[in-house]
Design a protein around this ligand. Structure first.
Ligand SMILES: Nc1ncnc2c1ncn2[C@@H]1O[C@H](COP(=O)(O)OP(=O)(O)O)[C@@H](O)[C@H]1O
Ligand SMILES: [Mg+2]
Length: 359
C-alpha cells in the first residue's frame, strides 16, 4: 500500500427525493488499501459504493480514479468491479462458467480464458471445482465463486457490499481472514461495505464511519477505537462510558477539567476554558481494586463472569449511570473477582479519557 490517493471521492452528494442519502462525502482511498465504509443500515454505504461503481451518479461532487474524472462514466468504463450483497451466481451454470462469465466482454482466446479461470479457482481455494454445479456448493463456496468472478477481470478496485452478510458467524469469521489475506496477496484496492464494526476493525487498513449520509471520521481501526472524534463514533465502535466535564483552566496543552463525581483531572486537549465537554472512557481501561488509592470509589451493582474476562456495573454516587468496567481474568484466580455489593476503587491510566465536544 502506498500513500498516494487512488480513488478520490470529492464532495459527493446524492439525494433520492427528500432523502439525503450521501451528504458531501470526501474520502481519499489509497492504492492497495483495504478501505471500509462502516455505519448502521440506511446511512448511505450502498449508495456511495454504487456511485463509485457507476450504477448511480452524484447530484454534486466528483469521483476520480488515479486523477481521472469518472463521475459520469458507466460501470464498464471504470477500473472497478462490484461484488453484490446477495452473492448472485447463476444456478444453472457450473463453477467454471460462472467465473468465465465475468470475462465474456473481453473476448479472450480459449486457452487464455481457461488459464485465467483456473488461476482464479486456485486463488479462492476451489481448485478442481470448475465442473461442479453452482447448486452443489455451500454458502461459503458460492460466495468465493462470486468473488472469483469479480477478481478474474483483474479490476484495480474491488467494491464489496456486505459480501459476508448472508453467512453464519463461524463461516463469516473464516471468510474475513481469507478475504483479508487474498486482498494483501493480489494487492487490489478493496472498498468494503459493512454495518458490523468488529468486521471492519479486524479487516481494514482504514475505515470511514458514516451516519445519516455523513462521513463522521476516517481513520485506522486503532485510531477510531482509541481516539474517536465525536460521541456517535465512540458509541458505534465498541463500548464507551460517557461523563460530563467542564474545563476550568488551561496550562499549555493540558486542560484542567472538573468531572464532578470523578473529581478534577488534567487532560491533553485543545478545549478552551469554560467549555462543557464530554469525557469518554473504555470499560477495559479501568482497573478495579479493593484498596483505596488515588481513585474513584463505587459499589458493584452487577457482575458477569465471562471466562477470560468479567464485566461489572459500578455505581458511583453523583453519576446518573453506572460505569461499565471490563477486566481480564488472565493471570488471576477465581477468588480475585468482585461481587455485587463490594466496594471497589477505579483507576485508569492518564490519557485513557478521551475529550469530545458536547453536541
Ligand atoms: N433507489 C432509491 N430510491 C429512493 N431512496 C433510496 C434509494 N436507494 C437508497 N435510498 C435511501 O437512501 C438512504 C441510504 O440507503 P443505502 O445507501 O442503501 O444505505 P445502507 O447501504 O447504508 O444501508 C436510505 O434512506 C434509503 O432508503
Ligand atoms: Mg446497503
Amino acid at each position: 500500500m502506498s500513500d498516494e490517493t487512488y480513488l478520490n471521492i470529492d464532495h459527493v452528494t446524492k439525494r433520492f427525493g427528500k432523502v439525503l442519502a450521501v451528504n458531501d462525502a470526501q474520502i481519499a482511498i489509497r492504492r492497495g488499501e483495504f478501505f471500509s465504509l462502516l455505519g448502521p443500515s440506511g446511512c448511505g454505504k450502498t449508495t456511495l459504493l454504487r456511485m463509485i461503481a457507476g450504477f448511480e451518479f452524484p447530484d454534486a461532487g466528483e469521483i476520480y480514479f488515479e486523477g481521472m474524472r469518472m463521475t459520469d462514466e458507466p460501470p464498464h468504463m471504470r477500473p472497478s468491479n462490484m461484488v453484490f450483497q446477495s452473492y448472485a451466481i447463476f444456478p444453472h451454470l457450473n463453477v467454471f462458467n460462472n467465473i468465465a462469465y465475468g470475462l465474456r466482454r473481453e473476448r479472450l482466446a480459449r486457452a487464455e480464458l481457461q488459464r485465467r479461470v483456473e488461476d482464479a479457482l486456485v486463488m479462492i481455494k476451489l481448485d478442481g471445482f470448475g465442473p461442479r454445479g453452482a447448486n452443489e456448493l455451500s454458502g461459503g463456496q458460492r460466495q468465493r465463486v462470486a468473488l472469483a468472478r469479480a477478481l478474474v477481470r483483474r479490476p484495480k478496485v474491488l467494491l464489496l457490499d456486505e459480501p459476508l452478510g448472508a453467512l453464519d458467524r463461524r463461516l463469516r469469521e473464516a471468510m474475513q481472514i481469507e478475504l483479508r489475506a487474498l486482498q494483501k496477496s493480489v494487492g487490489i484496492t478493496f472498498v468494503f461495505v459493512t454495518h458490523d464494526q468488529e468486521e471492519a476493525l479486524s479487516m481494514s487498513d482504514r475505515i470511514a464511519v458514516m451516519s445519516a449520509g455523513q462521513v463522521l471520521q476516517i481513520a485506522s481501526p486503532r485510531e477510531l477505537y482509541e481516539a474517536p472524534n465525536c460521541r456517535e463514533v465512540a458509541d458505534f465502535i465498541g463500548q464507551m462510558n460517557f461523563f460530563d466535564g467542564k474545563v476550568t483552566g488551561r496550562d499549555g496543552g493540558m486542560a484542567r477539567i472538573d468531572a464532578g463525581a470523578l473529581g478534577m483531572m488534567e487532560i491533553e486537549t485543545g478545549a478552551s476554558t469554560g467549555a462543557s465537554v464530554l469525557l469518554a472512557l473504555r470499560p477495559e481501561k479501568i482497573a478495579l481494586s479493593a484498596a483505596a488509592t488515588n481513585s474513584v470509589k463505587g459499589t458493584v451493582m452487577a457482575a458477569a463472569y465471562l471466562g477470560e474476562r468479567s464485566h461489572y456495573n459500578i455505581d458511583v454516587p453523583g453519576l446518573n449511570e453506572p460505569v461499565s468496567v471490563a477486566t481480564q481474568n488472565v493471570g488471576k484466580i477465581a477468588s480475585q473477582g468482585h461481587e455485587p455489593g463490594d466496594t471497589v476503587h477505579m483507576t485508569w491510566p492518564p490519557g485513557a479519557l478521551v475529550v469530545l465536544p458536547r453536541d
